[in-house]
Ligand binder design. Structure first.
Ligand code: PEP
Length: 255
């Protein structure tokens, strides 16, 4: 069964008290979710345990980390393992966000290893891909994203793929206020689904959730989410405000 998901990526925002308040505000406004229409809140690591405790009683509302380390434990000062993430009650982890790829030099190999670590600890992975503006301008975005998907995911078996959500996030649309048109999003999502189909078969392609990310907000969520291959969104800025996040959740529930 293909799920729709709205996931909020808080990035490096909100101190502990502000974060707890935001989760409470989201809980207050969040309408009835369903097994096939879910929400994932991805705050910084420091919030994960308290946020997970707050959402534990709410069906189909989950928490996730924004990153994890690929090693199980050891002398990696400042890092957090997948097992540590799992121990907070979180169920998801974002891997391969463009900000991690760019500012923290995360290579395709590292992202494949992080994906393995997350899956082997029972976490669901929200795997990000997406092209920079120069690639979009050159018209080679399909090949670019194909390479990211192949390198990050195609070593997985079919069973492991069940715990993967793909997030297509064109870098030129992240935090810029510039959104991909629904045609651009649909075209890329259909391309990604066809890659999954060629490698894993029809059922896997039909069932995998592919999110759009990049300046998604209440005013454009409905149009984006109504595209046949767009199964929800990974939301940055608009996930920091409960009313906006609720508007995006409502757009998912209306599909
Ligand atoms: C993101 O960083 O995952 C994102 C989609 O950000 P924004 O919604 O702010 O563009």
């Amino acid at each position: 069964m293909r799920k729709m998901i709205v996931a909020g990526n808080w990035k490096m925002n909100k101190n502990l008290q502000e974060g707890i308040q935001l989760v409470k505000d989201i809980l207050e406004v969040s309408a009835d979710l369903k097994a096939d229409k879910q929400v994932v809140i991805c705050p910084p690591f420091i919030h994960l345990a308290s946020a997970s405790e707050l959402v534990v009683a709410k069906d189909n509302l989950y928490t996730g980390a924004q990153n994890c380390h690929m090693e199980a434990s050891g002398a990696y000062t400042g890092e957090t393992s997948a097992e540590m993430v799992k121990s907070t009650g979180a169920t998801h982890v974002i891997i391969g966000h463009s900000e991690r790829r760019e500012y923290f030099n995360e290579s395709n190999e590292m992202l494949a290893a992080k994906t393995n670590a997350a899956l082997s600890n029972g976490l669901n992975v929200i795997f990000c891909c997406g092209e920079p503006l120069e690639i979009r301008d050159a018209g080679t975005q399909n090949n670019y994203v194909e390479e990211q998907i192949k390198a990050g995911l195609f070593h997985l078996n079919l069973e492991q793929l069940n715990n993967i959500v793909i997030a297509y996030e064109p870098i030129w649309a992240i935090g810029t206020g510039r959104t991909a048109s629904s045609e651009q999003a649909q075209d890329m999502h259909a391309h990604i689904r066809s890659l999954i189909k060629n490698h894993y078969g029809d059922d896997a392609a039909e069932n995998i959730t592919i999110l759009y990310g990049g300046s998604c907000k209440p005013s454009n969520a409905d149009e984006l989410f109504s595209c046949p291959d767009v199964d929800g969104g990974l939301i940055g800025g608009a996930s920091l405000n409960a009313a906006d996040f609720h508007g995006i959740i409502a757009a998912m529930l209306a599909q």
